[in-house]
Design a protein around this ligand. Structure first.
Ligand SMILES: Nc1ncnc2c1ncn2[C@@H]1O[C@H](COP(=O)(O)OP(=O)(O)OP(=O)(O)O)[C@@H](O)[C@H]1O
Ligand SMILES: [Mg+2]
Length: 236
């Protein structure tokens, strides 16, 4: 089993990037030599003529690594579509060999890796190859990021069932308040039910961070928040 975590989510937009960046910043605070990766990104924008993923830039800044963007995020598409749909639109396929080679390079360079997935576990990356298969090939334990809101029990249990079916190692669940105003009773009872029905540790809750700006990372602040909310439950 590799050293690090693969951060997946119950859906797109649940806060995988924030959590992956927060954990990378926490690794740095703890003195670990941490590397980050966003293997496949869609919805990328052009910066000085180069296609760049906002997620990859945030992860790189949160970790404070000097790795090349090409390796951190080997596969990029401009269209905000599912990866295989974006690839098809560009008359191409996702070069999985390139993803595995970049991962191997980062694995050699760093003691610990935080990898952010794409959408959820069953997002296809190739014919009969899903994000879940990539996690298996990387050999990293996974962390499931979920919402605190109504509906999260179904989505989280589906994700965990799928991970168990593929014999992936699940390190824990992180409940992230990606939007403001979740009812306190909903939050508390969802947390209790998730722990009860999965038997998997809830590593912590990330609160809604007012004014959080992915383009303006304060690594120290991020590390402190994650140290406070997740730190005592996570093994690094
Ligand atoms: N705890 C939080 N506090 C404030 N804003 C948050 C929080 N979590 C997430 N967000 C915001 O919600 C949006 C979605 O979060 P994020 O990009 O981390 O999700 P994701 O799961 O990585 O999405 P994708 O599938 O597109 O990669 C972002 O704009 C992010 O800044
Ligand atoms: Mg993301």
């Amino acid at each position: 089993m590799g050293k690090g975590y693969f951060i997946t989510g119950t859906d797109t937009g649940v806060g995988k990037t924030l959590v992956a960046g927060g954990l990378a910043a926490l690794c740095g605070k703890r003195g670990l030599d941490v590397g980050v990766m966003k293997p496949v990104a869609t919805g990328c924008g052009y910066v000085d003529g180069t296609l760049v993923s906002e997620d990859a830039v945030f992860l790189k800044n949160a970790a404070g690594t000097a790795d090349e963007y090409e390796i951190i995020n080997p596969i990029r598409f401009e269209q905000p579509l599912a990866p295989t749909a974006a690839a098809r639109l560009n008359n191409t396929t996702i070069d999985l060999a390139k993803v595995h080679a970049a991962y191997a390079t980062l694995h050699k360079r760093h003691n610990f890796l935080i990898v952010e997935g794409v959408g959820g576990l069953l997002v296809p990356l190739g014919d009969r190859y899903f994000v879940a298969d990539l996690i298996g090939d990387m050999g990293l334990p996974l962390i499931v990021v979920c919402r605190p809101t109504l509906g999260t029990i179904n989505h989280t249990l589906l994700t965990i069932a799928s991970a168990c079916e593929r014999k992936l190692k699940i390190a824990g669940i992180i409940i992230n308040e990606s939007s403001v105003g979740c009812n306190e009773t909903v939050k508390r009872t969802n947390r209790e039910e998730l722990a009860r029905f999965t038997g998997i540790p809830v590593l912590g809750d990330v609160p809604f961070l007012k004014g959080f700006d992915m383009q303006n990372v304060d690594r120290g602040l991020l590390a402190n928040i994650f140290s406070d909310k997740i730190g005592k439950n996570i093994i690094m």
